[in-house]
Design a protein around this ligand. Sequence first.
Ligand code: TPP
Ligand code: SF4
Length: 342
Amino acid sequence: MNLQEESERAPLTRKDLITDQAVRWCPGCGDYAILAQMQKVMPELGIPRENIVFVSGIGCSSRFPYYMNTYGFHTIHGRAPAVATGLKLARPELSVWVVTGDGDSLSIGGNHLIHTLRRNHDVNVLLFNNKVYGLTKGQFSPTSDAGMKTKSSPNGSVARPFQALSLALGAEATFVARAVDTEANHLQEMIRRMAHHKGTAFLEIYQNCPVFFDGAYQPLKDRQTKADELLVLEQGKPLVYGRDADRVMKLNSRKLNLYPSRLGVKDDGVEVLHDEHNPDPTLATLLSRLGPSEGPTPIGVMRDVDEPTFEEATITQKEALLRDQGPGTLEELLDAGDRWEV
Ligand SMILES: Cc1ncc(C[n+]2csc(CCOP(=O)(O)OP(=O)(O)O)c2C)c(N)n1
Ligand code: SF4
């Protein structure tokens, strides 16, 4: 039975998406949890398997396409967005997913990522952020905390870390969200949401590398602390968090920042309602700047706005040119314009 017949016959199940490849991640790696949630959600989306493609760069996370029983490309370091966006332009009917690490996408691939986000290609980008280079054995990455000691920074990294979501919002990405590998239901919901978004959907997943930077996100995961450390964003709701749901992030309009306060307490700040559909990315950017020293860490959708995709714009332009000028030939194209002999 070929893939086409198979997809017409029965809806996909989680099992259909598991490959016969031995999974080569270390025991306890956060990548397993992300793979499991992807294999769970994908069948619900109702996309035929032959229309799904996972594209990765280089790194531990970039082994992902081997483990998804769909089409896939394991490409070169940092270049997954280039392959994925070319593929989507040539075959707009495909569901295209990029899997990348913090080193892969923010260091060598930084430029490719920025322009994918800026152009609003209709692809889904999953950034597994473990704050370290896993595959090459634990060097610091663009998201490593300042002062972090690694084999390549034995005296502590002196660089200021990148905030991946601020970068995405700076490029005015149309869908920007964050999840944590161990928050299974929330992660599933984020995968569903991004799959339904038209345009570049960017999801940063906090992923634990137990071998080279174990516990990078422990306060966000620990049962004792996570209610006070995580701010779960909900559309139209105030930025309330804490185990007693009595803390709130308020906007200080003088300093233009968000700061932790208590519900019911009167001070200089104002409570804001979260609006992921706000076309202005300013408030989403303030959220993306929060981290352990400023208050809780937001997870969920920071921005989800509707804008034309690069594919739509390109296809519309091509159709208009074909209507006005006809199909033309390669010879006509080569003979057109200025020519000179060297
Ligand atoms: C052109 C090139 N430069 C450098 C490397 C070495 N290299 C392989 S993976 C990697 C970083 C991977 O880190 P990250 O993207 O954070 O992924 P992880 O392994 O943590 O999932 C580097 C520098 C390479 N493979 N190719
Ligand atoms: S080195 Fe880290 S990121 Fe890579 S497979 Fe092992 S635990 Fe996972």
